[in-house]
Design a protein. Structure first.
Length: 182
């Protein structure tokens, strides 16, 4: 019996971009609206999520979206970026580093294992592409996400500023080295 969960690489077309923009707005709002002002949320959502924005990202060769569907409904996604410079020191090479720019699951699906399934696909993709490490930024106040990433072996290696509207927040930079690679 096959699982009703389907995780696939998103196609670069307007229909897919529209779906990704909608779920991006939904999941970001579900996760962060209670802790931020409506004005900052609106500004961030407008500059980050829209069909044209996601279509442009889908067309970038270094960007991959994994989309998670349950019975045809989009319930989660991960946005990945190859050769990321996140957390690198001066002169360190970005080649072989995969950044998880976003990994979100619709609120009703949190705690069902869907996020873990998405992360396992990210790890499989990173191994298949011979990546040396996976990096990501996570808001210092997002305890649930920090615990999730720690379960997958990510460790804090630095911090960065994250602008949400007019609010400058602190993101922790997490890294996971991949076995057998530098």
């Amino acid at each position: 019996m096959s699982s009703p969960l389907r995780i696939s690489i998103a196609k670069a077309n307007l229909a897919t971009a529209t779906r990704l923009a909608a779920i991006g707005r939904q999941t970001f709002s579900e996760t962060f609206a209670a802790d931020n002002t409506p004005e900052d949320m609106a500004a961030f959502l407008a500059e980050t999520y829209g069909p044209d924005i996601q279509l442009s990202e889908l067309q970038q060769p270094q960007c991959t979206f994994l989309q998670a569907e349950m019975q045809g409904e989009l319930v989660g996604f991960a946005k990945l970026w190859r050769d990321s410079t996140l957390g690198l020191g001066p002169g360190e090479p970005a080649q072989g580093r995969l950044e998880v720019k976003q990994l979100y699951v619709v609120e009703d699906w949190i705690g069902t294992g869907l996020g873990a399934a998405l992360m396992r696909r990210v790890l499989d993709l990173a191994q298949a592409e011979h990546c040396t490490a996976i990096v990501l930024g996570v808001w210092e106040r997002n305890e649930r996400a920090k615990a999730f990433y720690q379960r997958f072996g990510f460790r804090e290696v630095g911090e960065q500023a994250f602008k949400l509207g007019e609010d400058i927040q602190r993101d922790l930079i997490l890294r996971k080295g991949l076995a057998g690679r530098t």
